[in-house]
Every structure is written in C-alpha cells, then in structure tokens.
Design a protein around this ligand. Sequence first.
Ligand SMILES: Cc1cc2nc3c(=O)[nH]c(=O)nc-3n(C[C@H](O)[C@H](O)[C@H](O)COP(=O)(O)O)c2cc1C
Length: 178
Amino acid sequence: MAKKSFPLSKVYGLLEPGPVVMVTTSRDGNPNIMTMSWHTMMEFEPPLVGCVISNRNYSFGLLKATKECVINIPTVEIAEKVVGCGNTSGANVDKFKKFGLTPKPASKVGAPLIEECYANLECRVVDTSMLNKYCFFVLEVVKAWIDPKVKNPRTMHHLGSGNFMVAGKKIKLKSKMK
Ligand SMILES: Cc1cc2nc3c(=O)[nH]c(=O)nc-3n(C[C@H](O)[C@H](O)[C@H](O)COP(=O)(O)O)c2cc1C
C-alpha cells in the first residue's frame, strides 16, 4: 500500500517513548506540577533521564534554580488530573489544590512526591550543557519509589493532540538486558 506524506509537526507522536509523567518542583515551600512526555532514558545505573522542559513553563525556572525535581508516574485512573496539570501554569495556580493531588515529602530532594502516582523518582539535575539551545535537562535519579500493590500499571502514552494510548497486555521475550 502506498505511503502518504506525514506532517513533520506530528512525528513526535510516532516516537513518543515512555509514559506521560508529572514533574514536581518546589521553591520556598511552594510546590508545582508539570505534565511531561518528552523524556528519554540515557543510562542504567545510576539512572540518567534526559528531558525537554520548555523555558515558557513555570517549572523551567524552578528546576533551573533548585536543580531538584521528582518524576511522578501516573496511571489512567487520574488521566483528567494529568492533562489538567499540563494545561495550567503554576505561575498562577496551586495545582495540588486545584486537582486534588497529595504532596508527600521526598527523602533526598526538596520537591514533593505525588501520592496518587504509582511510582516516584527523586532526581537531581546533573547536566545543563544543552539547556540554552534545547531546554534539555539531564537528571540523575537518586531515589526511586514504587507502590507494590499496583501490579499492572496502566500508564498513559501521548500520541499528540490530546490522544493517549493506555498500556495494556505485557509480553516477555528473551533479552540480554537486566
Ligand atoms: C500530555 C502532555 C505532555 C506534555 N509534555 C511536555 C514536555 O515534555 N515538555 C514541556 O515543556 N511541556 C510539556 N507539556 C506542557 C506542559 O505540561 C504545560 O505547558 C504546563 O502548563 C506547564 O506547567 P507550568 O507552567 O506550571 O510549569 C505537556 C502537556 C501535556 C498535556
């Protein structure tokens, strides 16, 4: 079947890597939440995660200044809150209050964990060399938390323009990766 040209502006929806996450930051006791899908694994251990956080977002300044954040991984049960946090700015809204999410203290960083997310990764910024050009932060995960009760997390994967795929069936194949 003949292929048709695909708009470059929609390419990201084909390559969207992992789950949509919620990044929390905090300054002077004021926490914020930002929805993010442009992230990529860069190293196994210690885990390094690269991510693009636009300098138009309130979170950009908080992360640049504090060099600490938490990557919170939500499931489809809180989809409306996830999208809500991606369509409002912490510059004028307390998103924990507005979306009824619960901040819990992290163990190693100042930003809070979101209780309603099944996994939380406490991170420190370790490289900002591509910040000016690409708004690209390299984060090191310094502590990770998981809810053992959640056996098959139904994570959300952004396909672009408000469309999401929800993680489903698992398959296992032989692999040399740990
Ligand atoms: C599904 C989804 C994915 C998003 N991914 C990103 C992203 O990877 N990087 C980014 O800078 N903004 C992303 N956004 C947009 C921000 O979440 C949005 O601009 C938010 O309002 C920023 O909040 P803040 O101003 O409080 O930091 C995404 C939004 C949605 C809904």
